[in-house]
Design a protein around this ligand. Structure first.
Ligand code: 5GP
Length: 192
């Protein structure tokens, strides 16, 4: 009998470098697949539909909520973000591991629904450093950065609910940490 893949939740405040860590780890770990989320946020320059996100309008997103198509979904700074359940289940059934790069409210929904999911939180070295990175990234205006910082402070309070915490002080160390977590989880003597 083939074994199902494992579900990983990769969470942390916007600007902590979740995306950068994951993109490097995905290049090195061929058994791990990133779930493509849906969002009502407008695409940033260089983002493409189906690769970075499924960019949906509000009505389409809400229809999918009502039809129960999301494994989790949340509102984050005025936009919807969500994980479509079917593609995740298909990957897991085929034995691949799946990682969700999502914010904390969605992560907590997964924790409830899929208690076997491995919960990983990426924290910035400090709140000041987080702000500096968000400003440096240049993808949001001052008002949006302020909103993301406020949300980040709330999100950091939830970090104790996670199985693992990676402090992204040094990118190479953070990448090594995530690879080590994946490796250890694959050696786990699962009781399930
Ligand atoms: P961004 O607008 O910077 O792409 O994403 C904003 C936040 O939404 C980030 O913390 C990102 O991880 C999170 N996010 C992305 N996709 C999803 C999703 O499918 N569900 C949830 N709950 N959050 C998501």
């Amino acid at each position: 009998m083939s074994k199902n893949g494992k579900l990983y939740v990769f969470t942390g405040p916007s600007g902590t470098g979740k995306g950068t860590i994951l993109s490097q780890v995905l290049k090195q770990d061929k058994r791990l697949f990133l779930s493509v989320s849906a969002t009502t946020r407008a695409p940033r320059e260089g983002e493409t539909h189906g690769k970075h996100y499924y960019f949906l309008d509000k009505q389409t997103f809400e229809d999918k909520i009502n039809k129960g198509e999301f494994l989790e979904h949340a509102q984050y700074i005025g936009n919807y973000y969500g994980t479509l359940e079917q593609p995740v289940n298909e990957q897991l059934k085929s034995g691949n591991d799946v990682v969700l790069e999502i914010e904390v409210q969605g992560a907590m929904q997964i924790h409830e629904k899929r208690p076997d999911a491995v919960m990983i939180f990426v924290a910035p070295p400090s709140i000041e450093e987080l702000e500096r990175r968000l400003i440096g990234r240049g993808t949001e205006n001052a008002e949006k950065i302020a909103a993301r910082m406020k949300t980040a402070e709330e999100e950091l309070k939830q970090s104790d609910k996670f199985d693992y915490i990676i402090v992204n002080d040094d990118l190479d160390c953070a990448i090594a940490d995530l690879l080590a977590i994946l490796r250890a989880e694959r050696c786990r003597n699962s009781k399930l």
